[in-house]
Design a protein around this ligand. Structure first.
Ligand SMILES: Cc1cc2nc3c(=O)[nH]c(=O)nc-3n(C[C@H](O)[C@H](O)[C@H](O)COP(=O)(O)OP(=O)(O)OC[C@H]3O[C@@H](n4cnc5c(N)ncnc54)[C@H](O)[C@@H]3O)c2cc1C
Length: 464
């Protein structure tokens, strides 16, 4: 039993990385009077093209952090449909009517990650929302970590590009690595070891303006099924902004060679089979894609969260959604410990539960999502894929589909159930998630086969 005292057992958290997970964690901690220092290596916030859609579980965390109203204001008002198309003839194979949940506050969120991070940063700096408890420092690159019984620290290289750098050691009670897939915090603990796989392709991501989408009646999200031209084409912003992503299955080319192949992919994938003078590309990023996970999310006083701990391929939008759930859970663990409602062992529970959930659900399902668009036979997949069969079944009953779209997912987990004395209601998702807490063992929900299939459907709906 943890002694109830008025003295908090720790006073400050150091967070490496001002990406979505780092800023969100800082905000959630500040809501409960826990100060944090956030160190970001770059001179500003990340503007690369990455996440654009976040399933219902992530939306619930955005709402809890007080971000949702601003995010909705910035995003497109409607995202009416998600479908899977065969590239060869553009045929729509399966479709989900997202307008069924357009009035639901916690429906899927659609907004470019760069804009979400800006909103998060604004909230962190707002005297009311960040409560003066969040110190974000740019041009602070973490290069190493250390710890003893009482504290943890990071070694930091400080200074702008081109300037002479100074070196500092910054301390806190705990260090959290939210520094993304190339995490220096993870490397300080595990070196290059990061079990998993890197896929044999390059992932091309671009913002595109093309009248042909509207002319051919395209809307929402369109998963494209084809071994040579798989990907996702989706409306993402105001003023006709679309995001076109595809995997180029030929490995080992230079960026210039991949860009030279782009017109061929666009001609095959976009409606109307346009030539380059018919569309405008505004911004491009090229990635390797991976599914990987560390051996442990916690080593002493140093913790890992989100992409620093695990990565998954982008088909299905699990990366940032899982990042939000990691830091939502970790915030609850720190809050419970800070308020003497839980002991430090709750941080071990975080590390075990979130890793188990990643391996059991996120890793497995994101690979299935990737295989569905890149490896399945486009001419038979509509009949053979178990997920498509379930979607078609659900499409027969709008109420059932609506329930599944908004359902609590098996990747959500309420850590406040480990508090010795539960607070009345610490956050908006508590009650919903508590409803599924029965039967959780070793941190991961156990399902019978049938229940497991249903949970998976829910997850796909939330994350498609
Ligand atoms: C093409 C693409 C599309 C995607 N689409 C989706 C999607 O639709 N939905 C979804 O949920 N997910 C998606 N993802 C995944 C999502 O973008 C990531 O999971 C998410 O950005 C992870 O957030 P993070 O805060 O953990 O890491 P990051 O976003 O990588 O942020 C890490 C931060 O740490 C900083 N940093 C790095 N090293 C250091 C250091 N040494 N010291 C200090 N700071 C450091 C970085 O500069 C950065 O600001 C996509 C990813 C890609 C590549």
């Amino acid at each position: 039993m943890v002694a109830k005292t008025t003295n908090p057992p720790f006073s400050k958290i150091l967070i490496a990385g001002a990406g979505p997970s780092g800023l969100l964690l800082a905000l959630l901690l500040a809501q409960h009077d826990i100060p944090s220092l956030v160190l970001e290596s770059w001179p500003g916030l990340d503007t690369r093209l990455r996440a654009t859609q976040y399933g219902v579980p992530a939306t619930r965390i955005f709402r809890r952090a007080g971000l949702l109203a601003d995010i909705r204001k910035a995003s497109i008002p409607k995202f009416p449909t998600i479908c899977w198309r065969r590239v060869a003839d553009g045929e729509k194979l399966v479709e989900i009517d997202m307008s069924l949940v357009e009035e639901e506050e916690d429906r899927m969120t659609v907004l470019q990650l760069g804009e979400i991070i800006q909103i998060m940063y604004k909230h962190c700096m707002d005297p009311e929302k960040g409560r003066g408890l969040i110190d974000v420092r740019f041009n602070h690159r973490v290069t190493g970590t250390g710890q003893d019984e009482d504290k943890a620290w990071v070694e930091v290289e400080v200074g702008k590009e081109g300037e002479e750098k100074r070196h500092e050691r910054l301390e806190a009670d705990y260090v959290v690595g939210c520094d993304g897939a190339a995490s220096a915090v993870r490397r300080s603990l595990y070196g290059r070891k990061w079990p998993g796989q890197t896929f044999d392709c390059r992932f091309m991501v671009q913002n595109v303006f093309y009248d042909g989408f509207a002319d051919h009646g395209w809307e929402g999200g369109n998963y494209m099924i084809d071994p040579d031209h798989w990907g996702l084409i989706a409306r993402r912003g105001h003023g006709g902004l679309w995001r076109v992503t595809y995997g180029d299955p030929v490995p080992g080319l230079t960026d210039e060679e991949y860009l030279a192949r782009r017109p061929w992919h666009f001609k095959a994938m976009l409606p109307g089979h346009p030539d380059p003078d018919q569309y405008r590309i505004e911004h491009t990023n090229i990635y390797n894609i991976h599914n990987r996970c560390v051996d442990s999310f916690k080593v002493g006083r140093i913790l890992l969260a989100a992409d620093a701990a695990h990565a998954c391929n982008p088909m299905g939008g699990y990366g940032c959604m899982t990042a939000c759930l990691d830091v939502g859970g970790l915030a609850d663990c720190f809050i419970g410990y800070h308020q003497n409602r839980a002991g430090p062992e709750i941080l071990e529970t975080y590390a075990k539960v979130r890793r188990d959930i990643f391996l059991k659900y996120v890793d497995a399902r994101s690979i299935k999502n990737l295989n569905r668009v890149s490896k399945a036979d486009p001419w038979t997949v509509a009949e053979t894929d178990p997920f498509f069969k379930i979607v078609k079944e659900l499409n027969k009953d709008q109420e059932e589909m609506k329930k599944f779209l908004m359902k609590v997912s098996s990747i959500e987990y309420d850590f406040t159930q480990h508090y010795d004395q539960r607070p009345a209601a610490t956050h908006a998702t508590s009650n919903a998630v508590n409803g599924t807490s029965n039967g959780i063992s070793n941190g991961v929900e156990e399902h019978s086969e049938n229940e497991g299939a249903k949970a998976e459907v829910a997850l796909h709906m939330e994350a498609v």
